[in-house]
Ligand binder design. Structure first.
Ligand code: XIL
Length: 299
């Protein structure tokens, strides 16, 4: 195959990309994105601050721009993200307790209703666990509404759009030996045992010198899949873009039948939120990097 998306499709998977809507007017960017990928995640446009800037007043202008571009170009869409401590609008940052809990539910209903039946996977909850050795939940205004906020979010999401796969998404959960990974595993196991509606786990996979790729990522993916959820690599970027590391991540996904696909977090290095890490598959001029070839050959 000659593109990442077509190569991934040979095994029933996708190869996706994070799209920044304001870059779609850059023809180099849009040409690569349209050609290479068959799944799209909005890099920022479906986040809480973008979609509900004032309480109860939803604005899907930027989100729909990315969504419509994706659909017009034949791609499926991952929704990102509904309940998160970060990129909250000011009104939400200042809420707490029952008011915040209700606002979270209302936000899930508002956004998922707009896209009902149109989203392959939703990242319902993002980044709820703390880094480090504690295995604890991350402190946040949402966490302080009560430990059950995550399952409440998933139940609301299932009711709002029964056709979307509902994912929990996090970073620093790729290494099986890490406490954060174990804490996420225990939560998913508990949700499956109690019938909390969760369908998938997203592994962001922002690999860098502080949290490098480890070959036990495949074990992690296998162990989560064995709980009865799908898995996905949702925001892949690798500091330095080692071709062999990119190939290893792809091979880890391909080794797990419940791995749905891989999404890279941007097109060219200059599009990356960590541009100084040159972590992506395309150079700033749009040419393919060695990591691109490694990924294509691995798929
Ligand atoms: C990042 C975007 O790439 C940046 O443009 C933005 O300024 C901050 O958020 N984990 C996530 C993503 O789930 O939403 C984040 O995206 C990167 C880390």
């Amino acid at each position: 195959e000659s593109t990442l998306g077509a190569a991934a499709a040979q095994s029933g998977r996708y190869f996706g990309v994070a799209i920044a809507g304001n870059r779609l007017s850059d023809s180099t960017y849009a040409t690569i994105a349209a050609r290479e990928f068959n799944s799209v995640t909005a890099e920022n446009e479906m986040k809480i601050d973008a979609t509900e800037p004032q309480r109860g007043q939803f604005n899907f202008t930027a989100a729909d721009r990315v969504y419509n571009w994706a659909v017009q170009n034949g791609k499926e869409v991952r929704g990102h993200t509904l309940a998160w401590h970060s990129q909250q609008p000011g009104w939400m940052q200042s809420l707490s307790g029952n008011a915040l809990r209700q606002a979270m539910i209302d936000h899930i209903n508002g956004v998922m209703s707009h896209y009902k039946g149109k989203i392959a996977q939703w990242d319902v909850v993002n980044e709820a666990f703390a880094d480090g050795s504690s295995g604890a939940r991350r402190d946040s205004n949402l966490q302080r509404t009560g430990n059950d906020w995550i399952e409440v979010a998933f139940r609301a999401a299932r009711a709002a759009d029964p056709s979307a796969k509902l994912c929990y998404n996090d970073y620093n959960v790729e290494n099986w030996t890490w406490a954060k990974t174990q804490a996420m595993y225990a939560m998913v196991r508990d949700f499956k045992q109690r019938g909390v509606p969760i369908d998938c786990v997203g592994f962001q996979s922002h690999f860098n010198s502080g949290s490098p790729y480890n070959a036990n990522f495949r074990t992690t993916l296998q162990n989560f899949a064995a709980l009865g959820v799908d898995v996905a690599v949702t925001e892949l970027d690798i500091q330095g873009a080692s071709p062999s590391t990119y190939a290893a991540v792809v091979n880890d996904c391909l080794a797990v039948s419940r791995c749905l696909g891989v999404t890279v977090w941007g097109v060219r290095d200059s599009d990356s939120w960590r541009a100084e890490h040159t972590p992506l598959l395309f150079n700033n001029d749009g040419s393919k990097k060695p990591a691109y070839t490694a990924v294509l050959n691995a798929l």
